[in-house]
Design a binder for this molecule. Structure first.
Ligand code: B12
Length: 286
């Protein structure tokens, strides 16, 4: 049987030079965060991986892929096809093939996302998942908040670390009974959360989650994500940009970054999917 280290080394060895990052985590760490419909019914010590694409993916994996592919024959979105091609290739290098591969865009028969990739990225230590509850914290990352839950009033002191234990009270948009006084938004407003990568800010995407059914490791260390958007003001700004102005991509620059999407990559994503084929034909020739 393969070890966690061998799985990591094999996947990373293949994917790294293609602008793809791999992080391992234990299934229990994901299951502990999400509500019942999103939990996976396997042993909590099962090893999983989350795969990200970072800015260099476009030039190092995608452009070479389309130059070697008849893009008109692709049944899926070209980016998704390229990712599936490389993830499958990486998995095929493992001796153990009992692996479930899921992608960010896949839905269950009841139209729910198969896997919540942002939660996976957070518990794997890849990118901090900033949600509405994180904007309830003050600048130091620690706050004292009075929580009103129906008729009970509880004084709660929490830090980024300790709040994990409070997730049921502080569920994503459920602020009716959670520190509503420090909530910056109207209680009825839906605020979607965003992951921020310590090196690439918002200039990355979370593409896939793998479950290695034959690999159980109760000692796999849980890596904490880097809390790179550390003040309450910055977190509010991030979520305002992500929810209000995501088209201008300014949420991606909430922190200073090592690398961003190139001009051509931005042009590609700014092009309507129906017009991308034409752009790809031009790119394939250059
Ligand atoms: C459906 C969807 C949408 C929908 C709904 C958004 C939503 N978040 O619900 C719509 C169409 C609106 C949308 C829009 C966008 N999306 Co979208 N979307 C998704 C998708 C496919 C599923 C999200 C979902 O339904 N979540 C369900 C809810 C219930 O999950 P949740 O809110 O996270 O709640 C869970 C956590 O809170 C967890 N939990 C509870 N407590 C705690 C505590 C901690 C510490 C943790 C970690 C977790 C945790 O438990 C809850 C579940 O029980 C994901 C990909 C995926 N498969 O995850 C991409 C995704 C979230 N989208 C993404 C993006 C970039 C966008 C857009 C900017 C458009 C774009 N693609 O460029 C916009 C931005 C939002 C906006 N302003 O409209 C990215 C976000 C990347 C990032 N850096 O975080 C994702 C991850 C896709 C990707 N491949 O990277 N999206």
């Amino acid at each position: 049987m393969l070890s966690s280290q061998e799985v990591y080394d094999t996947l990373n060895g293949y994917l790294k030079s293609l602008g793809m990052e791999v992080y391992l985590f234990k299934l229990a760490n994901y299951n502990e965060m999400v509500t019942k419909p999103f939990k996976f019914q396997f042993d909590g010590n099962t090893v999983c991986a989350v795969i990200l694409t970072v800015p260099s993916f476009f030039e190092d994996a995608f452009l070479p892929y389309i130059r070697n592919t008849d893009v008109k024959s692709l049944v899926r979105d070209p980016i998704d096809s390229c990712i599936a091609f490389h993830v499958n290739k990486a998995v095929s290098l493992l001796k153990d093939q009992n692996v479930t591969v899921m992608y960010d865009y896949e839905l269950t028969p009841n139209r729910r996302p198969k896997v919540l990739v942002q939660t996976a990225a957070h518990v794997a230590g890849a990118a901090f998942y900033y949600q509405r509850k994180h904007a309830l914290l003050n600048g130091s990352g620690v706050c004292s908040t009075t929580v009103h839950c129906s008729d009970s009033v509880t004084d709660v002191h929490f830090s980024s670390q300790a709040e994990y234990g409070l997730q049921s009270e502080f569920n994503n948009n459920d602020v009716n009974c959670a520190a509503a006084s420090s909530d910056p938004w109207d209680a009825k407003k839906n605020i979607f959360g965003a992951c921020i990568h310590p090196r690439y800010g918002g200039w990355f995407a979370i593409r896939s989650v793998l479950i290695f059914h034959n690999l159980v490791n109760k000692n796999l260390h849980q890596s904490e994500p880097v809390d790179c958007v550390s003040t309450r003001e910055q977190r509010i700004e991030l979520l305002n940009r992500f929810n209000g102005n995501w088209q201008d991509w300014s949420y991606r620059d909430i922190i200073s970054v090592e690398a961003k999407y190139s001009e051509i990559q931005r042009k590609y994503f700014a092009t309507l999917p129906k017009d991308r084929l034409k752009l790809l034909s031009e790119l394939a020739l250059t």
